[in-house]
Design a protein around this ligand. Structure first.
Ligand SMILES: [Zn+2]
Length: 145
């Protein structure tokens, strides 16, 4: 009886990543995940799902640099291959601006997608069946004198 009520259904990973990528709550897809540019809300304003468990840390900037680096690097090579008479000042102007715009646009989306994936995989406290933080603390014995 208790195992039936405690069973938690699996979460759709791609749906959660897509919702997070769009800046929405991975559970309901309605509430906003961020209350500022990169500040994650403590809980979804629509469904109340706790979002403060996320541990995105350095992964979003790392993945953003990885993606933008490949886009810009490939773009520079393709443009240079097909139009080598392009003045250098155009390269020196366009590529840094495009890099900055892509990084600023992709960083919150990638962070949202990563938090959605963490939620779908029930990582870092997103698992409702996980013991609370207090229960995982080691029991301290009396210190020897
Ligand atoms: Zn929600």
């Amino acid at each position: 009886m208790t195992t039936q009520s405690q069973t938690v259904s699996p979460r759709d990973k791609w749906q959660a990543v897509k919702r997070g990528f769009m800046g929405k709550c991975p559970r309901c897809g309605e509430g906003k995940m961020f209350h500022a540019y990169l500040k994650v809300s403590d809980a979804c304003p629509a469904c109340g799902e706790a979002l403060h468990h996320h541990r995105a840390d350095d992964a979003p900037p790392y993945m953003t640099i990885f993606v933008v680096g490949h886009i810009i690097g490939a773009g520079m090579l393709i443009v240079e291959e097909h139009n080598d008479a392009l003045p250098i000042w155009i390269h020196a102007t366009v590529w840094p601006i495009l890099t900055l715009v892509l990084c600023l646009a992709l960083l919150p989306r990638i962070k949202g997608g990563l938090i959605g994936l963490q939620w779908a995989l029930k990582m870092h406290g997103f698992d409702p069946m996980a013991p609370s933080d207090d229960a995982t603390l080691p029991i301290t014995a009396a210190s020897p004198t």
